[in-house]
Design a protein around this ligand. Structure first.
Ligand code: BES
Ligand code: MN
Ligand code: ZN
Length: 489
C-alpha cells in the first residue's frame, strides 16, 4: 500500500472520502466543482452531521472517483477521533473492494493539522491488518488496499507528518503480525530471526543469546521456563543509538511464544489465545523499528525474553527453586506464572547492557483483566515523576493507561520459604504481587511495568479494528521514550 499527499487527485479512485465539519459552511479545498456541489448538497440536507456518519455514499460520474463518501467529523475531532475515523472508513471501504481511495479532509478550524494528518495516516495503515494469514481459496482476503491519496495544498510539513504516521502504523502492524503468527511457527528462535530482519532493514544493532550462551551466562530463570520445550529460549536484543553517549532506556518485553501454563497447565478453553503471550516482545520489536526509522534522537535498548512454556519430561515444576542472572533464587509455586521469571533475566540483562532506566511490557496477569478490563493498560512503577510523564503521554496519544499500586506489603506476599522469592503471591492482588516480583530485578533504577494482558488482544472484530492483536500502547511508548530523552529523565 502506498500513501501519499497530492494537490490534485488522480482520476481513477474507487472512493473519494470527504470529511465534513458540522456547523461549518466550508468544504475541503482542492475539490472539483461537481464534487464540491455534492458535498454542499449533503450539508444542505443535514447529512454526515455526526462523527463517523457515512450513509451518504454517492455514485458519481466524471469526477475523480467512482463513489463519493461524505463522513462527519463530529464536533470534537481530536487526534484519537481522527485515527479511529481513518481506521473505520478505510477498513470498511477496503472490505467493499476499494483499492484506490482518496481523502479530502476538511478539519475543524482550531485543529493542529500536523497532529491530525499523522493520526489519519496511522489509522489508514492500521486498517490494512487482517489476521487470516493462512486463509486459502475463497477465504483468502484478496481485498488489498493499493493506493491512498490525501488531497492537500499544504507543503512539506504535512508530508513529514503523514510519513511519520505511516512509519508508526507500519511498526504497529509488524508487532501485530508477530503476535498473530501461530506458535508452531513463531517460537523463540524465529522471533529472534524476525528481530534480526528488522535490524538489517533499519540499521539497528542486533544480537540474540541462544541456549548455550544463556546457560554459559547464568540466565537460569529464563532457561528454567523454557526447559520443557524443544524450542529453547532466546534473549533477543535490538539497540538504537540516536543520541551519542546519552543514557539508555531499556525496553523489555515478555516473549512467551506459547503459554500452556506448563505443569500447572491451563484449562483448554482459550488456551489458543496464549500464542499472543509474546506480545510484549512483539511490541518491543515494533517500537525499536519505529524509533530507528524515525531516526529518533534517543538511546534505547530493546530486550525480548523469549521462551516457550510447555509441560513435559524436561519441564520445570512447582517446588523447583531456580536461580537467575541477578543472583536471586526463585521458588516456583506455579509454572503458569512464567512471565515474571523470564522478565527477571530480561530486566537484569538490559541493565548489564547499559540501560539506566527500564520499561517492561508484558501480558503478565489475568488479574489485570479483572481489574481494568480490555481497554486499559495497567501501570506499576518505582519512579512516580517519570510515570507522571508516561501517563500524560498516554493521554495525548489517545491510549488508556491507569496506575496501580505497588505498596511494600505486596512484597511480603512473595517472600519465599526455600528460595528468596515466590513466583506467585496467590490470587489476592495478583497483578500487584507480580509487579512486586519484577521490581526485585530492576536493581533500584527507575522502572515502569506495563501489564498489557487485557489490551494486547481484541477478542472480537470491531468496525475500526480486526480481531486479534491490537498493538495498543506502542504509540504511547514511542512518544514516551522520545519525551524521556528530551527531558533526560
Ligand atoms: N500469560 C498469562 C496471563 C494472561 C492471562 C495473559 C490472560 C493474557 C490473558 C500469565 O502467564 C499467567 O498465566 N498468569 C497467571 C498467574 C498466576 C498463575 C499467578 C494468571 O494470571 O492466572
Ligand atoms: Mn502463564
Ligand atoms: Zn504467560
Amino acid at each position: 500500500m502506498r500513501i501519499r499527499l497530492e494537490n490534485k487527485l488522480p482520476g481513477d479512485l474507487d472512493y473519494l472520502v470527504v470529511t465534513r465539519v458540522p456547523g461549518s459552511d466550508a468544504v475541503a479545498s482542492g475539490l472539483d466543482e461537481k464534487t464540491t456541489a455534492l458535498v454542499n448538497k449533503v450539508k444542505e440536507l443535514g447529512g454526515a452531521e455526526k462523527y463517523l456518519e457515512t450513509e451518504n455514499t454517492l455514485y458519481t460520474e466524471g469526477g475523480p472517483a467512482k463513489r463519493l463518501v461524505v463522513v462527519g467529523t463530529g464536533k470534537e475531532f481530536d487526534v484519537a477521533a481522527a485515527r479511529k475515523l481513518a481506521q473505520t472508513i478505510t477498513r470498511s471501504l477496503r472490505k467493499k473492494g476499494g483499492k484506490r481511495i482518496g481523502f479530502a479532509f476538511q478539519l475543524p478550524e482550531a485543529a493542529n493539522a500536523g497532529d491530525l494528518y499523522q493520526a489519519l495516516a496511522e489509522g489508514v495503515v492500521h486498517s490494512t491488518f487482517e489476521p487470516g494469514f493462512y486463509y486459502t481459496g475463497e477465504n483468502k482476503d484478496e481485498k488489498v488496499l493499493e493506493d491512498v491519496v490525501f488531497l492537500t495544498d499544504s507543503g512539506s510539513d504535512l508530508k513529514d507528518r503523514v510519513e511519520r504516521g505511516a512509519v508508526i502504523g507500519e511498526g504497529i502492524n509488524l508487532a501485530r503480525y508477530l503476535s498473530n503468527e501461530t506458535p508452531n511457527v513463531m517460537y523463540p528462535e524465529r522471533l529472534a530471526q524476525e528481530a534480526e530482519k528488522v535490524a538489517k532493514e533499519t540499521g539497528l544493532e542486533f544480537h540474540a543469546l541462544d541456549e548455550n550462551q544463556l546457560i554459559e551466562g547464568g540466565f537460569k530463570a529464563i532457561m528454567a521456563v523454557g526447559q520443557g520445550s524443544i524450542h529453547k529460549p532466546r534473549m533477543i536484543v535490538l539497540k538504537h543509538n540516536g543520541a551519542g553517549d546519552a543514557p539508555y532506556t531499556g525496553v523489555v518485553g515478555k516473549g512467551i511464544t506459547f503459554d500452556s501454563g506448563g505443569i500447572s497447565i491451563k484449562p483448554a478453553e482459550h488456551m489458543d489465545h496464549m500464542k499472543m503471550d509474546m506480545s510484549g516482545g512483539a511490541w518491543t520489536i515494533g517500537i525499536m523499528k519505529i524509533l530507528a526509522q524515525l531516526k529518533a534522537p534517543v538511546n534505547v535498548i530493546g530486550v525480548v525474553a523469549a521462551a516457550e512454556n510447555l509441560p513435559g519430561g524436561g519441564a520445570y515444576r512447582p517446588g523447583d527453586v531456580v536461580g537467575s542472572l541477578e543472583g536471586k533464587s526463585i521458588e516456583v509455586l506455579n509454572t503458569d506464572a512464567e512471565g515474571r521469571i523470564v522478565l527477571a533475566d530480561g530486566l537484569a540483562y538490559a541493565r548489564r547492557l547499559g540501560a539506566t532506566r527500564l520499561v517492561d511490557m508484558a501480558t503478565l496477569t489475568g488479574a489485570i483483566v479483572v481489574a481494568l478490563g480490555n481497554t486499559v493498560t495497567g501501570v506499576f512503577t518505582s519512579d512516580q515523576a517519570w510515570t507522571d510523564l508516561f501517563l500524560k503521554t498516554a493521554i495525548n496519544a489517545g491510549e488508556r493507561a491507569w496506575q496501580m499500586p505497588l505498596f511494600p506489603e505486596y512484597k511480603e506476599q512473595i517472600k519465599g520459604t526455600t528460595g528468596d522469592l515466590l513466583n506467585t503471591g496467590g490470587r489476592a492482588g495478583g497483578s500487584c504481587t507480580a509487579a512486586a516480583f519484577l521490581k526485585e530485578f530492576t536493581g533500584g533504577v527507575p522502572w515502569i511495568h506495563l501489564d498489557i494482558a487485557g489490551t494486547a488482544y481484541t477478542e472480537s472484530e470491531k468496525p475500526y479494528q480486526a480481531k486479534g492483536p491490537s498493538g495498543q500502547i506502542i504509540r504511547t511508548m514511542v512518544d514516551f521514550v522520545i519525551a524521556t530523552a528530551e527531558g533526560n529523565k
